[in-house]
Design a binder for this molecule. Structure first.
Ligand code: HEC
Length: 156
């Protein structure tokens, strides 16, 4: 009986050793998927505004306002839970492009995110008033995307 228990314990430890890292990777999958989804929604809405700004798509006040409101609301979403410690590209190469610097230099990434909130708020205040309202604000939004990707996203 005593020996059997010992075997069970040894088996549990062995499983634990192997299950540990696998479980950690899997448990990050949902978080990584969620933050990429938020980024995809940023890009989709910004893309609509960009197409109108460039004249590729005819300006439509309702659509412009909707895209701008979406971007502002998306930027305000608190998705901190989708950025767990250890879910960076050094720990999980191939699964994510988020550099470890996004955590080690968190204040800088938070500052850039704050700039996106401000720029998308300004966009939402003017996107419905004509294409010039989009043109005047889109550069500031794009600059925040670029700044964050340069500092905190692995190149493809
Ligand atoms: C606070 C930093 C930050 C800001 C601001 C930011 N991004 Fe990102 N973005 C990232 C990081 C980090 C990744 C990599 C995420 C990953 O692979 O886990 C990323 C990934 C992406 C991706 C790829 C998503 C995928 O499916 O792999 C797109 C598209 C994107 N961002 C678009 C945008 C757009 C458009 C904006 C501006 C409106 C923006 N991002 C603003 C940090 C940021």
């Amino acid at each position: 009986m005593k020996r059997k228990l010992g075997l069970i314990c040894a088996a549990a430890i062995a499983v634990g050793t192997f299950a540990g890292p696998v479980f950690a990777n899997d448990s990050f999958d949902g978080a990584i998927k969620a933050r990429k989804a938020l980024m995809t929604l940023y890009a989709f809405n910004l893309g609509q505004l960009g197409a109108m700004a460039k004249g590729e798509v005819e300006y439509n006040a309702d659509q412009a306002q909707a895209a701008a409101n979406n971007l502002k609301d998306l930027a305000a979403v608190n998705l901190g839970a989708a950025w767990p410690q250890g879910s960076d590209s050094t720990a999980l190469p191939g699964k994510t492009r988020a550099k470890v610097e996004a955590w080690s230099n968190y204040p800088e990434s938070a500052k850039i995110h704050g700039d996106l909130v401000a720029a998308s708020t300004a966009m939402a205040a003017s996107a419905g008033n004509g294409v010039d309202g989009i043109r005047k604000n889109i550069g500031a939004i794009g600059a925040t995307c670029t700044a964050c990707h340069k500092a905190f996203r692995e190149p493809q």
